[in-house]
Design a protein around this ligand. Structure first.
Ligand code: ATP
Ligand code: MG
Length: 474
């Protein structure tokens, strides 16, 4: 049976390989199978063509297709002017909020498609927004305004590829390269600096040397970029699989936006638990944290307060007592400045502050923590603690056994619906009121009852708990 299985598996694998190679070969022969297009995209492209205009898929969706991935959203560029696009799609629902910049959003098949007139961007007086946009009938001019060669490829409804800046070669070699002179492109719009780092972190592509140099020389312009855009790009960057390499190389670029972390660069911990400086430790923890925004941002901030808390003892050993609080203050300031939503902010701050509270592999201990933090936050805290340990000296790795045991017990408690919170308790506020108790005391009594259940002193049963209470009130 296993031989048959191995045989079938290799047949499937080989077939997949042949199909993929065929796809790549087609791509490099300037054509792409069009069955993979989304239906609404084909409708839009063909309608524009039938009305006598040019229309191409451009940007991220073409990049994704060339990499053999399914695009999330599709952008279309067309020689038609905005009002011409509107009349081509007269009978569809249109959204015109972007029309000043040439974008008309069309609802086709329940899908929103952005169709943008070919354009040339004017001067960029503020390092971000072009002063004016000029529409053009030239696809090449439209491709020339785009940020990176991999994002400047056009694809027609028939599968024809227009690649004026050798984007396909760069995708094949996994390189991010500006279209045109990098320093000039970053001066026009500094957000492109962060986009380059983000694409590198997410796609695992290297950044071409000339583009990389310009990132460093123009990084100071990042101060002109809005908080929202910075937050969005940094969050994607932090969640990328290649985040470590990007942070290692471009830490000082990040520090233009978040100067609070600059002190951690190269900061020697003088501590036997640590083989890395604070920044390298931080990066390692980020890499070892599941790629979710809250967790990655928590890892980013968790030790930012260490330089501020540093003390050397008489034996030359470094200590960082209270650094969690200082890290929390830094995270607080930065997340406010970058306009995080309140609930993410609160969660990140809690996790940062508590990241080094020692957890015991003991159900009573864990349930008390769960009752304070809730299951989601507590599980996030454990994920951070495990990652934190992986960023320390290998001689300290034995602690991972304890943390994974706490994780296992936590899972058992949560999945087994064991009582750890007031809502699980077999009595509620009404039961207490009925005993003639009023006001704030009701809450205190519930907390006490919960703790007797958590500690195993009383079973989580209504009769037993009320009987227990009566013993006190009698
Ligand atoms: P993703 O959607 O995966 O983040 P994307 O490349 O599609 O990646 P979008 O922000 O959707 O990124 O932009 C679509 C296209 O518009 C890009 O591929 C690029 O051609 C162009 N573009 C976007 N932002 C800029 C910019 N700041 N400067 C120049 N061109 C840009
Ligand atoms: Mg996109």
């Amino acid at each position: 049976v296993s031989l048959v299985y191995i045989f079938l598996r290799s047949v499937v694998y080989t077939a997949g390989r042949i199909l993929f190679d065929k796809h790549i070969e087609n791509v490099y022969n300037n054509s792409m199978k069009t069955e993979i297009y989304e239906h609404s995209v084909l409708i839009a492209l063909n309608r524009l063509k039938e009305a006598g205009y040019e229309a191409y898929c451009v940007g991220g969706c073409v990049r994704d297709l060339l990499m053999g991935q399914t695009p999330e959203d599709w952008d279309i560029a067309s020689s038609a002017l905005p009002e011409e696009i509107c009349s081509v799609f007269e009978e569809f629902k249109l959204i015109l909020t972007g029309i000043k910049h040439g974008t008309v959003t069309v609802l086709i098949d329940d899908k929103l498609l952005e169709i943008t007139t070919y354009r040339i961007d004017g001067n960029y007086p503020d390092n971000r927004h072009p002063e004016n946009v000029e529409f053009t009938r030239s696809l090449e001019q439209d491709l020339a305004r785009r940020d990176f060669t991999m994002n400047a490829i056009a694809l027609s409804s028939g599968g024809e590829i227009i690649d004026c800046f050798n984007g396909r070669a760069d995708i094949k070699n996994r390189v991010i390269r500006c279209v045109g002179d990098p320093a000039e492109r970053f001066r026009e719009d500094a957000l492109r600096i962060l986009r380059a780092l983000r694409f590198s972190a997410v796609l695992g592509f290297a950044i071409d040397e000339v583009t990389s140099q310009a990132i460093f020389s123009e990084a100071h312009r990042l101060s002109y970029i809005s908080a929202e855009r910075i937050r969005t790009e940094l969050t994607k960057l932090l969640c990328g699989a290649n985040v470590g390499a990007v942070l290692r190389k471009y830490g000082e670029v990040i520090a233009v936006i978040i100067p609070e972390i600059a002190e951690t660069f190269g900061f020697n911990q003088h501590n036997r638990h640590h083989c890395y400086d604070v920044w390298e430790h931080t990066i390692t923890v980020i890499e070892n944290t599941p790629p979710q925004p809250i967790l990655r941002w928590t890892a980013f901030f968790h030790d930012s307060g260490k330089p501020g808390a540093f003390k050397l003892d008489e034996n030359g050993e470094g200590h960082f007592k209270g650094h969690g609080k200082i890290s929390r203050e830094i995270a607080d300031a930065v997340t406010q400045r970058l306009k995080f939503d309140n609930s993410s902010r609160e969660r990140i701050l809690t996790l940062v502050e508590k990241h080094d509270v020692r957890m015991e592999p003991d159900k009573v201990f864990i349930k008390r923590k769960l009752s304070k933090l809730g299951a989601e936050a507590y599980e996030q805290l454990l994920a951070i603690q495990l990652a934190d340990n992986k960023g320390k000296s290998p001689s300290y790795f034995f602690e991972q056994k304890r943390i994974t045991e706490v994780q296992r017990l936590t899972k058992e408690i949560v999945e087994g619906k064991e009582c750890y919170s007031l809502k699980d308790l077999a009595v509620n506020g009404n039961d207490i009121l009925k005993l003639g108790i009023k006001g704030k005391t009701v809450g205190d009594i519930l907390e006490t009852l919960l703790d007797t259940v958590i500690s195993g002193e009383q079973p989580n049963e209504r009769e037993a708990l009320i009987g227990y209470l009566r013993g006190f009130t009698a």
